[in-house]
Design a protein around this ligand. Structure first.
Ligand code: ADP
Ligand code: MG
Length: 241
């Protein structure tokens, strides 16, 4: 279905940590309106890639283009203003604060009157199943709703590109289904482009238009979910038989 203009392009992206090259010669494109899956074994470099494209880490080499602009080495602020917002794999919530205050954080880089901010909070809370939980302390939410809250915070920033780092971890079957429905709705009715890092390969194959596979920091394969599922190198390195 999807596959518009290129909205994000990484060229020969590289990131070293001392003697370790976590991301190496990684070239990929994200196209407007697609859901792109990024999978690979633990330590393959997926979260590092998120840190690079969102400005949390500077690349050791290569270039990044966001909407045609060279954003190599740009700050998180510049990148989020250009519409790319990411969630974190771990601890992205202020667990002592209420759901509403957590979501409000997502709105802070926008100039908005308080009432507009609260409208945004209610809108994203209702999309993520949090409408009835606004006053709950985030750390007291059930795990599934804590995962949805991380997404709600990201959505409150009104992203055009949403990068989700393992959003389905620990979700129950029905919650996985609801999350995938949300992703699809964000794409179809809100026009978002989504980059999804996820260990739940079945969910990735169901949700994504295209999948890229990282292994030891390098691109191993790229293609439709069907093609990637059948790729011998991917089966060998990651999927197993
Ligand atoms: P993934 O998300 O695919 O599991 P990561 O991107 O988290 O993989 O990690 C890739 C590799 O880079 C791992 O070997 C990890 O230990 C290393 N790494 C990640 N972040 C840092 C860091 N800040 N300092 C040193 N090594 C890191
Ligand atoms: Mg990771």
């Amino acid at each position: 279905p999807a596959g518009g203009d290129v909205i994000l392009r990484a060229e020969h992206l590289e990131r070293r940590f001392g003697g370790l090259t976590a991301v190496s010669d990684f070239t990929f494109e994200l196209r407007q309106g697609e859901i792109l899956g990024l999978i690979g074994p633990n330590g393959a470099g997926k979260s590092t890639t998120f840190n690079l494209i969102s400005g949390f880490l500077r690349p050791s080499g290569g270039r990044l283009f966001l909407k045609g602009r060279d954003v190599t080495g740009a700050s998180t602020k510049t990148i989020s203003r250009l519409g790319l917002v990411r969630t974190f794999q771990h601890h992205s919530l202020l667990s002592e604060m209420s759901v509403v205050d957590n979501i409000l954080i997502g709105t802070f880089h926008q100039r908005l009157a308080h009432e507009k901010r609260m409208e945004k909070v209610r809108e994203v809370a209702s999309m993520t199943g949090l409408a009835d939980h606004l006053q709950i302390i985030a750390g007291n939410l059930p795990h599934g709703l804590q995962r949805m809250l991380s997404i709600a915070i990201a959505l409150a920033a009104e992203p055009q590109i949403l990068c989700l780092d393992e959003p389905l971890t620990g979700l129950q079957g029905a919650e996985v289904g609801a999350a995938l429905e949300l992703f699809e709705k964000l794409r179809t009715t809100h026009g978002l482009t989504i980059l999804l890092v996820e260990h739940n390969v079945r969910a990735v194959m169901r949700a994504c238009d295209r999948v890229i596979v990282l292994n030891y920091g390098r691109l191993l394969a790229e293609g439709s979910p069907e093609a990637v599922s059948r790729d011998e190198a991917v089966i060998e390195a990651y999927l197993g038989r």
